[in-house]
Design a protein around this ligand. Structure first.
Ligand SMILES: [Zn+2]
Length: 63
């Protein structure tokens, strides 16, 4: 799965939509800075993945 990126404003907590391109997240930060004069940002990268059961015989939550 591809890495996704988003930017988050550390002043108000608002964050961009996640995007495939880190630059798009950075552009969001710059636009947000232009509108609000908020200057601290956090850039994050993460991945979605699908968890699938490879051994259905094991059920950890069964009692
Ligand atoms: Zn902000």
């Amino acid at each position: 799965m591809a890495v996704r990126h988003f930017g988050k404003c550390l002043t108000c907590g608002e964050r961009s939509a996640d995007t495939a391109d880190a630059e798009d997240a950075q552009v969001w930060c710059l636009q947000h800075a232009g509108l609000t004069h908020h200057s601290g940002y956090e850039m994050s990268a993460f991945q979605y993945f699908n968890a699938t059961m490879t051994d259905p015989g094991i059920e950890p939550h069964a009692t």
